[in-house]
Design a protein around this ligand. Sequence first.
Ligand SMILES: Cc1ncc(COP(=O)(O)O)c(C=O)c1O
Length: 422
Amino acid sequence: MSNIRQRDKEVIWHPYTPMKLWPEAIGIVKGEGLYLEDEDGNRYMDAISSWWVNLHGHSHPHLAEAIHRQFRTLEHAIFAGFTHEPAVELAEKLLAILPGNQRKIFYSDNGSTAVEVALKMSLQYWANKGTPKKKFVALEGAYHGDTFGAMSVSSRSIFTQVFDDKLFDVVFIPFPDGTGDSTRQLEALLAQDDVAAFIAEPLLQGTAGMRTYAPDILEQYFRLCRQRHTLIIADEVLTGFGRTGKLFACDNVATPPDIICLSKGLTGGAMPFGVTACGQHIFDAFYDDDRGKTLYHGHSYTANPLACAVAIASLQLLLADECSASRQRIEQRHTGFRDKIAAHPKVTSSRVCGTMLAIELNTGGATSYTNEQRDFLYRFFIERKILLRPLGNIIYLLPPYCITNEELQYIYATIEELLTIL
Ligand SMILES: Cc1ncc(COP(=O)(O)O)c(C=O)c1O
């Protein structure tokens, strides 16, 4: 029997992969803590938490135990007309840590569906209230997922270009650059009184290249929306669960969002899962004798008990003092390394946001997801047994919280080695 890598080539089509240019995938047989092990025994440091999902390291025994225990009791049940303990307990636990205005939890399957639900909630909120509003406003560079609604509120890019004429119109305001332009544009748009919702990745735009902006700008956006009765959707799919320092990026601002999208770290990377949380006023707009006001949205696996149980277990790990100490430690280390390399001629810019460190490299071409040095950079790190998936010429670390100082040091030293040969 040939190995996984060869068998894969016959039958698998991978996501975000130009299959002709990148025909081979590494066959992973085991995950343990920071490491992914391939079929030849190579161990790779998963420095990006496998697309930002894995919070506590791979195959964590506490998470494994939670799934195992739950499976022996109830593996799945339809979630319309039925409910179960893990779904209720998880909702209680999430509402206890989310911004104080959040009252209801709607479950789905991933980050894109969490966003779809938020968009549908917003449009139908205004329709149900008898004052329809149809416009969405988002930030330039936004990425909210790959389903059609989520693509629509995402910046038009190489990801969307083939579908652009099928996406609904969204107004994009500039990414904040310190001039106040984006806030002024938002204010002008909101004055027209036809905006259903403003959606943003709070503090950190991931796919755009791990771009950060200050909490006071987020607060200005949110406050303007609240003043103008425009709904605020915070897409915390990436930023949630401690990634930016506090438990949620929205914890940095005084004006809470109306709707919050969660996924990725929700289950600590163990199961696909999504949450759309909302305030009481959103729920109330659907609470009616008129069946037409129902939110007709759901998925076969909504509130899967295994996903709920492992999400509860992941929250337990996240809320332990040890985890918050690790997150602070990682942020301090990242900051020290950023300061060390910031002035290097091959470093165009560098930034830290919680456990995220991003370095924009001067590779000659323009800063872009399609920068031609991207594949070289990916291979450079893979050869040194580090999984970093550059966003074009931007490399970033977003490691599981269990990463040690020695492991961080090895990755920093490898980045310095890269800088000497660029
Ligand atoms: C901010 C944000 N929203 C939504 C998504 C979509 O999540 P998923 O890939 O689980 O559909 C992503 C994925 O990277 C994301 O970063």
